[in-house]
Design a protein around this ligand. Structure first.
Ligand code: NAP
Length: 294
């Protein structure tokens, strides 16, 4: 039997609608809109596109966005000053520094300079540290991992007591999503490039999160029948029949795995739409804390 397809577009749209309603309520009660500052360094086409879509998403839900397009040769000190100015600006509730930064910039120092109250990407070491500790709450959770959990929750997947396997241990996806699953009382295994018998370990999963960046690595016979599969991967696969000469595929061989899994996210249209929805949610939460809104 074919798996339930988890529709990230619909879920992300629902979340944006919820955020929009709360933004309107905030404006009506406090006369203030949540504000997101996007800091872009250099002229990478992909980074420019990401920042544009984040600003557009802000406008659609009634949030204010502040753009800071900075030259690629900006100094570390100048960039840090931009971040400090945004920390001090009461109209700004979220600060987003688009990665990657140019090589001469120490991105750890820049991300660490963002006020923890405005760290809507959730990458500040204090937020990641709290996420990794028992009975500690981060102020913000990174958007893609948070989006993966939201997909599970809104599909009615029970996490507590389930065997969860996370494939990948990056700071931006694998590790934080694993911590979130642990917080929700899954029994957790994290796999990486040195894991032995990967198919055997993955086959134990009731919930599988794949974030390896390897096109269609997870095959149908790696997956336990009925498992829930969240595919974070975005990979190009050559496809001469496609106008661009390639198409996007996940880390999971979708056509095979959908015949075995209980539920699965497609690529595109699964995890992809979630991070921006979660960024809006985080910015709204930051603004609510700032104005004292329940
Ligand atoms: P990353 O930093 O390259 O991390 C990849 C992880 O996978 C590492 O932990 C690595 O292990 C592990 N790995 C790589 N090859 C492996 C193999 N053959 N067997 C087992 N483990 C292996 O990647 P990332 O930034 O987390 O991104 C992962 C994927 O998600 C990419 O396709 C990326 O484009 C996508 N992504 C999507 C979104 C979204 O919004 N949908 C957001 C972010 C990322 P080691 O630690 O041992 O090296």
């Amino acid at each position: 039997m074919s798996a339930q397809i988890i529709d990230g577009k619909v879920i992300a749209e629902t979340i944006r609608g919820e955020v929009k309603a709360e933004v309107e309520a905030m404006k009506a009660k406090y006369g203030k809109a949540p504000g997101l500052a996007a800091v872009l360094v250099g002229e990478r086409i992909d980074s420019q596109a990401y920042v544009r879509s984040k600003k557009k998403a802000c406008a659609e839900v009634g949030m204010t966005s502040f753009g800071h397009d900075l030259p690629a040769d900006i100094s570390q000190a100048e960039l840090l000053q931009v971040v400090r100015d945004l920390n001090a600006n009461p109209e700004v509730h979220g600060i987003l520094v688009q990665l990657p930064l140019p090589d001469h910039i120490d991105d750890e120092e820049v991300l660490g300079a963002i006020s923890i109250e405005k760290d809507v990407d959730g990458f500040h070491p204090l937020n990641i540290g709290r996420l990794s500790m028992k009975r500690r709450e981060p102020l913000f959770v990174p958007c893609t991992p948070k989006g993966c959990i939201e997909l599970l929750l809104r599909t009615g997947v029970q996490i507590e007591g389930k065997r969860a396997v996370v494939l990948g241990r990056s700071n931006i996806v694998g590790l934080p999503v694993a911590m979130l699953l642990l917080h929700r009382n899954a029994t957790l295994t994290i796999c990486h490039s040195r894991t032995k018998d990967l198919p055997g370990v993955v086959r134990e999963a009731d919930i599988l999160i794949a974030a390896v960046g390897r096109a269609e690595m997870v095959r149908g016979d790696w997956v336990k029948p009925g498992a829930v599969v969240i595919d974070v991967g975005i990979n190009r696969k050559d496809d001469p029949t496609h106008p661009k000469g390639y198409r996007l595929v996940g880390d999971v061989a979708f056509d095979e795995v959908k015949e075995v899994a209980g539920a699965i996210t497609p690529v595109p249209g699964g995890v992809g739409p979630m991070p921006i929805a979660m960024l809006l949610r985080n910015t709204l939460d930051g603004a609510k804390r700032a104005v004292g809104m329940e």
